[in-house]
Design a protein around this ligand. Sequence first.
Ligand SMILES: Cc1cc2nc3c(=O)[nH]c(=O)nc-3n(C[C@H](O)[C@H](O)[C@H](O)COP(=O)(O)OP(=O)(O)OC[C@H]3O[C@@H](n4cnc5c(N)ncnc54)[C@H](O)[C@@H]3O)c2cc1C
Length: 325
Amino acid sequence: MAGIAVLCEVQGGEVARGSIGVLEEAARLGAALGESVDAIVCGSGLDDAKLAALGGFGATTVRVADDALLASGIAQPVVDACATAQEAGGYRYWLAAASIMTADALAGLAARLGAGIVIDAVELHAEGGALVTRRSGLGDSVLAHCGFTSTVGVVVTRANAFAATDGNGGTAPVERFAPTFRAWSQAVTLVGHEDAVETGPDISAADVLVAGGRGLGDASGFGQIEELATAFGGAVAATRAVVDAGWYPYSAQVGQTGKTVTPKLYVACGISGAIQHKVGMQGSGTIVAINKDKNAPIFDYADFGIVGDLNAVVPQLTALVKARG
Ligand SMILES: Cc1cc2nc3c(=O)[nH]c(=O)nc-3n(C[C@H](O)[C@H](O)[C@H](O)COP(=O)(O)OP(=O)(O)OC[C@H]3O[C@@H](n4cnc5c(N)ncnc54)[C@H](O)[C@@H]3O)c2cc1C
């Protein structure tokens, strides 16, 4: 077995940013392990020229299965396509960013191949010539290091665990293949679906997040957080402690029971940095922490730390950001 396959999801004709983030992480892993990386794309009416651009994110080859069954919203035909790709490619590892479709599809693939599977991985490492993942467990109180004893290893990473870059503009050859669909894969049809209606800002898409915690004192403390976020052109995030206290809506919660975010800049104000918060934002590009306690855990993983009273620091920071236009 050799090589890494990354199942890339297409949404609205575009490859999902989460898939691209995992593809780039797979390329880093592949370089360390000496393994090539193929992007596997399943869908209907796919545009080869667009998919070739996955070469700019680390794909050696883009392997495409194009069939109406693969756009049906049912995972089983995608399992068939992945199994066909595996027969031809003999991949050592399969990776995907978690979504309803990819998690089901790779779980099905692992079952079909008799492969080990790690769900909810947040880090991928090359150790001793093999892939060893990190996944949180026991209510995010431990980080388990999980490798594989099976010939093929399958990993579904936590959604948004790896931020995508803009790529290097390169391209890769696109090869089409015809999946062998099993009869049972075509025995179900999706008759409709409804999207959940979410209120509040979409913090998953923001380049800059300014996050507030219990150190704000009360709900009114979010006024200065919103002002700083606006100055940056970003959005506001929150810890579970303040969401539970009713200071800010749940749609802004980051962490184990909230969203996983990977902005370019994450400014944590009055946040202790508990592990359950960390798992939702540790993939941010640059982390800045403002906390009056120099021993706060967040300083262990922040890139820049300001020890001080946020009520003094945040307004000054806002004025500086506004002054720079
Ligand atoms: C199963 C489970 C799931 C969880 N899920 C999540 C989750 O999804 N997201 C999440 O965030 N948490 C989650 N938690 C809760 C988590 O354990 C922490 O309790 C929470 O993150 C703490 O929030 P906080 O940092 O706002 O508050 P605190 O831990 O109380 O920290 C407040 C910080 O503010 C600082 N501070 C106080 N005043 C000032 C000031 N004037 N200026 C500067 N700094 C100041 C203090 O020094 C302190 O470090 C979960 C917990 C469990 C058990």
